[in-house]
Design a protein around this ligand. Structure first.
Ligand code: FMN
Ligand code: SF4
Ligand code: SF4
Length: 258
């Protein structure tokens, strides 16, 4: 049975998981949400459809929320989600997904969470290398278990609670303008990487310096991939490290919007 996995990833965790799952499934294509989310007449043609993305404020990233509302899914009959997250609270995303699918007379059949290193460095410190290694090792086992369930079209949920939906809605309502807190300091070398990795083209270099265009998804690719640590978000990021998945390249993040 053909599978399409739609993925979104700011710093590579979700892309790595999507790639690993796709490799283990037969006839599976990977489609970046950043490339297709604004297309008219967006429709899935696969029988099996998966959504793989990071948890944002205990729920869906805005781009994922908008994309799934937008896509026509009439031809698909089995739906799954794999959500990467840094903490251990699942929140509302599976129920949110199920609710959106219900408006299309569909239902979510399986949903999983995989713990991965923290990329929310505008709020919390990065995980130590030892902790990151542990997450990566556990993820390999989880991917194995998840793909075995998916191959059988299994019905399986780790959690489907609806706590914190309100917090996620508040985040989605305000996220576009949240980039007002970003700035680049004197360490900037005008390399343009921040502009290139932004999955929604929210950064334009003006006289070599990044300017944020207020349609931000807060994926934090720009701040985490800047090689000079020149980008800050308010004051918190002055104290925190930077993170992106070690096996995912800048080019692969850039390719999301191609
Ligand atoms: C805006 C934002 C909000 C986040 N909110 C949560 C959260 O509510 N719970 C959590 O466990 N992790 C949260 N995280 C951490 C990410 O979900 C986690 O690091 C994820 O694996 C990043 O995936 P990516 O590398 O594919 O972008 C958040 C990250 C960002 C950027
Ligand atoms: S990635 Fe960093 S150094 Fe490069 S242009 Fe952007 S802010 Fe400047
Ligand atoms: S501006 Fe930065 S945080 Fe906002 S969407 Fe682009 S890369 Fe992500």
């Amino acid at each position: 049975m053909k599978t399409t996995i739609y993925y979104f990833s700011g710093t590579g965790n979700s892309l790595k998981i999507a790639r690993d799952i796709a490799e283990k499934l037969e006839e599976c294509e990977l489609v970046p949400i950043a490339k297709v989310w604004q297309q008219d007449q967006l429709a899935s043609t696969s029988e099996k459809v998966g959504f793989i993305f990071p948890l944002y404020y205990f729920g869906l990233p805005k781009i994922v929320y908008d994309f799934i509302n937008n896509i026509e899914l009439a031809k698909s009959n089995y739906f799954f989600a794999v959500i990467t997250r840094a903490g251990d609270v699942d929140g509302a995303p599976l129920q949110q997904l199920d609710n959106i699918l219900e408006t299309k007379t569909k239902t979510l059949n399986a949903g999983f969470f995989i713990r991965m290193p923290n990329n929310f460095i505008i709020g919390y410190k990065t995980d130590s290398e030892a902790v990151q290694k542990e997450f990566f090792e556990n993820a390999i086992n989880q991917v194995e278990k998840i793909t075995n369930i998916l191959k059988e079209n299994g019905e399986s949920f780790q959690n489907k609670t609806i706590i914190s939906e309100r917090m996620n809605k508040k985040f989605r309502d305000k996220v576009y303008a949240s980039d007002k807190s970003f700035y680049a300091n004197e360490n900037c070398t005008n390399c343009g990487i921040c502009e290139s990795v932004c999955p929604v083209n929210n950064i334009v270099l003006t006289e070599g310096l990044p300017q944020w265009q207020h349609k931000c998804q807060q994926c934090l690719a720009c701040i985490n991939f800047c090689p000079e640590k020149a980008i800050q978000f308010g004051t918190k990021s002055l104290e925190t490290g930077r993170y992106h998945h070690p096996e995912i390249t800048i080019q692969e993040i850039m390719n999301q919007k191609k």
